[in-house]
Design a protein around this ligand. Structure first.
Ligand SMILES: [Ca+2]
Ligand SMILES: [Ca+2]
Length: 517
């Protein structure tokens, strides 16, 4: 054997040795379930499987619930997009990271933290996403193999009102992110322009077809991935559906299902705020109720939210139908969640940014197929779980189901036992934080709120699901409050200030997301 032949033989042997473990790895990898995460935004319990509003129409979520486990008492760790999503996808709570509000640049706060998509990518998954997964304008390109519309731009174009220069009329225009950055909606269709109002606080039928909307395009992109053959890798797909986040502009067909004269308003107890502390009253009266009632548009707003929910449900239905028709129907874990709930006038409060259960309680539904490595029998079909759980629990649940080591140092607790039996013993308090100041603890049927200045609220959710009667001042509840307060962290990370970047800078490649300034 000449030198060159020996060399070739050695090379071949070396190649064989290298090839064998890879083949085993590839084989192991293909046993892992695929993952589809569907994110809804600002979705409270107004869906059929949670029963929050008698008029809601969510046929596709209702049908999905028949094959999944619905966590009816799932709570957000923080009632706004950025802290909720950053915590959920990093596995670390706001009081660990110091990420407390929507204006912080999350990547600069959490540093090099591996977020859930990147964690699965490193474990061998092919990762793809579309639409809003992280808070609005803060993408994370290194976590994804592919993204729609692009790795640096997570939001597709949406229809927003603008004043036509020629006619002077307000008309809908397809608007990209650079324009929206300067003016979330420059004009409104229905709501009068009250001072200091979030400009997207508006609701109107949209004169376009579902297929022309931004969310549809995100969903369509995700559906196309089901048609691809992912030979070597399982997939981790995240579909970010922006509705029912404001503005509630969805095609006319969804508004038509909720005639304005029939709309039922949420229950408002006129004296409700009388027994809550000053800080709670300030949080409740964030001007929107005043504006909505002054404009006489409460029913129209509820109609807009119900229409947006029905639209989001239709998109969920499309995704699930496309998955079911694909080769991945039986080996894909499906998670449907929202980042937090919402109020539409209860306690004279609108939007999120508060600690009552209407805002904390949100959507979490999970379906694990038979053969999932962490739950070979699959999740219970049609399970309704009444145990208190947190969105923080999703990350360890997914790693366990996929047979991947849990990310070290995270806060959640795997829900796999509840996916198998929703009535399993489960007795853990759920802690939430609003901004860096205010805490909530939900434990069994009890809900305790402690504001920064020391004001307290205590509710018995079994007897008082609307949280109308604050039991905190009663002497007999001192022991209960003290016991519940023990779940509140003794110390917390300081709020980390970050420089705010402009979306357009990122899109133009002028801003390094991974290098804080
Ligand atoms: Ca949100
Ligand atoms: Ca009250």
């Amino acid at each position: 054997m000449t030198f060159s032949y020996r060399f070739l033989a050695l090379l071949a042997a070396g190649g064989f040795c290298l090839f064998l473990p890879n083949a085993i790895l590839a084989d192991e990898l293909m046993k892992k379930p695929n993952i589809l995460i569907i994110s809804l935004d600002d979705m409270n319990d107004w869906i059929g499987p949670m029963g929050g509003h008698p008029q809601t129409q969510t046929p596709h979520l209702d049908a999905f619930a028949q094959s999944a486990v619905t966590f009816r008492r799932a709570y957000t760790v923080s009632p706004s997009c950025n802290p909720s999503r950053t915590a959920m996808f990093s596995g670390k709570t706001p009081w660990i990271t110091g990420l407390y509000n929507n204006s912080q640049t999350w990547r600069h706060v959490v540093g090099d933290e591996l977020m859930m998509p990147e964690y699965f990518r490193q474990a061998g998954y092919w990762t793809g996403g579309a639409g809003k997964i992280y808070h609005g304008n803060m993408p994370d390109p290194r976590g994804w193999d592919e993204y729609y519309p692009s790795p640096l731009n997570h939001m597709p174009e949406y229809w927003l009102p603008a004043r036509d220069e020629k006619s002077g009329e307000v008309v809908f225009r397809l608007t990209d992110n650079e324009i929206r950055e300067d003016s979330p909606t420059g004009e409104s269709m229905v709501m009068p322009p009250f001072e200091r109002m979030y400009l997207a606080f508006d609701f109107s039928p949209l004169p376009v077809a579902t297929e022309e909307t931004g969310d549809y395009r995100s969903v369509e992109w995700i559906s196309r991935q089901f048609q691809k053959e992912h030979h070597a890798k399982p997939f981790f797909l995240a579909a970010g559906i922006y509705r029912p986040h404001l503005p509630w502009y969805v095609p006319q067909v969804y508004f038509d299902k909720f005639p304005i004269e029939d709309i039922q308003l949420p229950a408002l107890l006129k004296t409700d705020l009388n027994d809550i502390p000053d800080e709670g009253q300030r949080i409740a009266r964030n001007r929107y109720h005043e504006h909505v009632t002054e404009a006489g548009l409460w029913k129209e707003a509820v109609q807009g939210y119900l229409a947006s929910i029905n639209y989001a449900d239709a998109l969920v239905g499309k995704l699930l139908a496309d998955l079911d028709a694909s080769p991945y129907a039986d080996n894909t874990i499906v998670v449907i969640f929202s980042d937090h709930g919402w109020q539409l006038g209860e306690k004279e409060h609108w939007r999120k940014f508060a600690l009552w259960v209407n805002v904390l309680n949100t959507v979490l539904m999970v379906r694990a197929p038979k053969g999932s490595l962490g739950l070979t029998g699959g999740s219970l079909e049609g399970g309704a779980c009444e145990r208190n759980v947190s969105l923080m629990d999703l990350f360890p649940t997914l790693t366990e189901l996929a047979g991947i080591e849990a990310k070290p140092g995270i806060s959640g607790r795997s829900l796999v036992p509840l996916l198998e039996n929703p009535n399993s013993n489960w007795d853990y308090p759920v802690v939430s934080i609003f901004d860096e100041h205010h805490y909530s603890v939900i434990d069994g049927d009890w809900h305790y709120i402690r504001y920064a200045e020391g004001g307290e609220e205590l509710y018995n959710l079994a007897e008082d699901p609307d949280e109308w009667t604050n039991l905190a001042p009663l002497p007999e509840n001192e022991g209960r409050k003290a016991a519940m307060a023990k779940a509140i962290p003794n110390s917390q990370a300081p709020l980390i200030e970050t420089e705010r970047f402009r979306w357009s800078q990122v899109l133009r490649g002028e801003y390094d997301l991974y290098e804080p300034k």
